[in-house]
Design a protein around this ligand. Structure first.
Ligand code: AR6
Length: 170
């Protein structure tokens, strides 16, 4: 099941929430800042011990004060025009998170719109990639059966809904 949810990702009761982090994993603004504030200072300490994460990859921590088992910190690409591997790197973020969720037996996972804020990825293009990766994953066996696209803005949620509708009709 794929769901589009409008609201704050830190309020969701799921197995895993995904954080749109940066390669240092030491917190920041946007959804990263919100997750660190809500999870508490133990999260920063855990991230410090991990020591960073390459673009397109993922690192996991406990949820600490959040009502989730795990937080997956993934690092999306900064949009620089689209010819520097941005689509592959963004797809890799989704794939790595979904593969890790499968290995960790997570049933539900919520994604923010990775790279669509400060990292400036064009939302229409990012949504296409996000939906495609999740659908490929849902067609395979095992792994999370409930995937939530959590959006902070209505227009972002609308893009996901339109993309999902288009896929159903295809
Ligand atoms: N819940 C759900 N979505 C949110 C929330 C929230 N609480 N807050 C913001 N968003 P961004 P990026 C949406 O900038 O582009 C950080 O400083 C937001 O509206 O958080 O991947 C990191 O440390 C947007 O649609 O992430 C990195 O340095 C989406 O989340 C850098 O920003 C992503 O926006 C990563 O940039």
């Amino acid at each position: 099941m794929i769901e589009v949810h409008l609201g704050d990702i830190t309020r969701l009761h799921v197995d895993v929430i995904v954080n749109a982090a940066n390669h240092r994993l030491l917190g920041g603004g946007g959804v990263d800042g919100a997750i660190h504030r809500a999870a508490g200072p133990e999260l920063l300490e855990a991230c410090r011990q991990i020591g960073g994460c390459p673009v397109g990859d993922v690192r996991a921590t406990p949820g600490f004060r959040l009502p989730v088992r795990r937080i997956y910190h993934t690092v999306g690409p900064v949009w620089r025009g689209g010819n520097l591997g941005e689509p592959e790197l963004l797809a890799s973020c989704y794939r790595q998170c979904l593969n890790l969720a499968r290995r960790e037996n997570a049933h539900s996972i919520a994604f923010p719109a990775i790279s669509c804020g400060v990292y400036d990825y064009p939302p229409e293009l990012a949504v296409e990639i996000a939906v495609e990766q999740v659908q490929v994953h849902l067609d395979r066996d095992g792994g999370p059966r409930h995937v939530i696209f959590c959006c902070f803005e209505d227009n972002m949620a609308e893009l996901y809904r339109m993309q999902l509708d288009a896929c159903v009709r295809r």
